[in-house]
Design a protein around this ligand. Structure first.
Ligand code: NAP
Length: 252
């Protein structure tokens, strides 16, 4: 990647673990400054920031605690980042949780918690980030959705609704801000090996594997490389798109 991205600041929500961690690390490798948001994984986020700062010449990385499902914490997060690192040029809305249940048994709390962490968080963070991007006439927003946001999944009505909601939101942002140099795209991962999928049974895993033409589960780095492309100058004319990274599982 060209040196043009040097000194651009990327914020990754939920960057301490899993896919977010790989994205933050990849940004550091490519010369971005990185703000790593975490909620409960403080030690992991701090350790990652030390690693990124040591690896990249002149690259700065800092960890910021915030529960991004809460609007007041998101406001405080952006203020802390602005005060210490500068204006966010790249936002990756990655934070997410699952609370799986069949619809007949799904509690309102399970619905609400998943909406808050996966969808509301993206609204709060994007709203905070957009002004600085418009002012700079350059910005990149990437939403981490899921292939189940495209095709649905039994037992995950809340999660699928939130992930599908991200797509509509991302495309609306794309339409509002394309003329201001801000792109807004969605990455829809398939089955990626992280803590989130480690709880699934061997039966579920082998049923999933049957549906993946590539014959392997994804790793966080598969997602990180695509996110970095969407955050680069190379994707300048690409906005409002959904990129499924799933080893060929969905092809829709
Ligand atoms: P993970 O290993 O469970 O990590 C989830 C991350 O989200 C953690 O860093 C966690 O931070 C953060 N997070 C959750 N709620 C938060 C909140 N309220 N505020 C701030 N951070 C919060 O999951 P993952 O597999 O890396 O998933 C990352 C994203 O990819 C999620 O949006 C997920 O839905 C999506 N995705 C994953 C897969 C997959 O197969 N793994 C597939 C499709 C989509 P703390 O640990 O600091 O609390």
């Amino acid at each position: 990647m060209s040196g043009e991205n040097t000194r651009r600041l990327a914020l990754v929500t939920g960057g301490g673990r899993g896919i977010g961690r790989a994205i933050a690390r990849e940004f550091g490798k490519r010369g971005f400054d990185v703000a790593v948001n975490y909620n409960s994984s403080a030690a992991a986020a701090e350790e990652l920031c030390a690693e990124i700062s040591q690896a990249g010449p002149g690259v700065s990385a800092r960890a910021f605690k915030a529960d991004v499902s809460k609007p007041e914490e998101v406001k405080a997060l952006f203020k802390s980042i602005e005060d210490t690192m500068g204006t966010v040029r790249v936002l990756v809305n990655n934070a997410g949780i699952t609370r799986d249940n069949l619809l007949m048994r799904m509690k309102e709390e399970e619905w609400g918690a998943v909406m808050a962490a996966n969808l509301n968080s993206a609204f709060y963070c994007t709203k905070e980030a957009i002004r600085g991007m418009v002012k700079a006439r350059w910005g990149r927003i990437v939403f981490i959705s899921s292939v189940v946001g495209l095709i649905g999944n039994a037992g995950q009505a809340n999660y699928c609704a939130a992930k599908a909601g991200l797509i509509g939101f991302a495309r609306s942002v794309a339409r509002e801000y394309a003329s201001k140099g801000v792109t807004s795209n969605v990455v829809a991962p398939g089955f990626i090996e992280t803590d989130m999928t480690s709880v699934l049974s061997e039966n579920v895993r082998s049923a999933m594997m049957q549906q993946i033409p590539a014959g392997r589960f994804g790793c966080p780095e598969d997602i990180a490389r695509a996110v970095c492309f969407l955050a680069s100058d190379e994707s300048d004319y690409l906005t409002g798109q959904v990129l499924a990274i799933d080893g060929g599982m969905t092809m829709c």
